[in-house]
Design a protein around this ligand. Sequence first.
Ligand code: DCS
Length: 481
Amino acid sequence: MAIKALDYDTLNENVKKCQYAVRGELYLRASELQKEGKKIIFTNVGNPHALGQKPLTFPRQVVALCQAPFLLDDPNVGMIFPADAIARAKHYLSLTSGGLGAYSDSRGLPGVRKEVAEFIQRRDGYPSDPELIFLTDGASKGVMQILNCVIRGDGDGILVPVPQYPLYSATISLLGGTLVPYYLDESENWGLDVNNLRQSVAQARSQGITVRAMVIINPGNPTGQCLSEANLREILKFCYNEKLVLLGDEVYQQNIYQDERPFISSKKVLMDMGSPFSKGVQLVSFHTVSKGYWGECGQRGGYFEMTNIPPRVVEEIYKVASIALSPNVSAQIFMGLMVSPPKPGDISYDQFARESKGILESLRRRAKIMTDGFNSCKNVVCNFTEGAMYSFPQIRLPPGALQAAKQAGKVPDVFYCLKLLEATGISTVPGSGFGQKEGVFHLRTTILPAEEEMPEIMDSFKKFNDEFMTQYDNNVGYSRM
Ligand code: DCS
């Protein structure tokens, strides 16, 4: 038989190499079990609406009117929609050239980019230029576009935290670059030690790799930590000295569950540092409508802001964005609404504030219920989820479990997560999908199941875990921290 271009053997090797654990073996098995009629609790993806979170009313009203502009001409529109939603829908429609059915500029609607710039300026206290903001179909597409511009071949390295969100490892594989890991310190609440960074870069260079960019995820996924201002300063100095572009993944900036370390953006810290850093460090920051208290994952809205990127490069990035014609226009409107929500005094303000506060306060309580629940389990230790949407407990697997996993031909944490899934219906992601130190095992779960279901879920986890540990515990020792 003739070999064809899309036979497995002839497929682009980078596609085969690329792994994405959040939708990996565990997810596939969970989907199978669901088809067989088993109740599955999908905690593998940070997808709030899939776990019952209700959409915020105001943005949906505005986008509904933008999608169905004939409603604006209906004499009864004011009986169903509040006046501020009607006004905002008209505002956004006026920013488009032909409504939601028309392509926009490939960087996004200029009017929405201006609203994003105003939001960044209010947040950080420094000017932001709409010309340096591109709207994207979720943050994922922005990250892919920028990595595409950075990676020239396998000699180019990207510093990525371990554990990390596999968008980074998968995209770097796909683009044929090299991932240069730096390890977060679990015993320091997943802190980032700059000495580790130096070692990682030195090691990569000794292998002939040109390190070109550094990724930070703040607040962290899957690790849930918030970076301190001092830490961000060290990172920015490091990028300045090493001439790295910093990719600041800040998609969880609204998801903060403690008061000691509020979110602070990389851009603000950089501008606060002043000369020579504020003009010297290249930075691209990412945000999304998928997270926060919005959770509008399915809408696919995001943006990135570029700082200290030369105009000729911005032009090239624009050219590449143009190949995809236009980001989702309805998602751009969600982004506009996210960065300019109702203000005090607006008709919809009270409801909007009540809904968003309710979601955030519940997430804060759920973060605590989960961490406390995991820490009450045998051989499980878990850092507190300071931010983001995940809990990442370490599972200290006894030698008996390691042996059983080997016999089953499974990576130990995959073995544990599969058993958990079969016993309880809880669908998690094994820590190996995010990267972890050798011989140390974790799982990741979201903190998103409904608050009222949380105690039952944690009880069922504890029952499974403690039985598992008793079954495999032959008292010889544990996998090390
Ligand atoms: N960056 C981080 C750190 C993320 O966790 C995610 C999504 C994204 C970017 C991309 O989001 P959007 O493309 O939707 O804007 N998080 C995935 C996860 O870990 N679970 O659910 C999705």
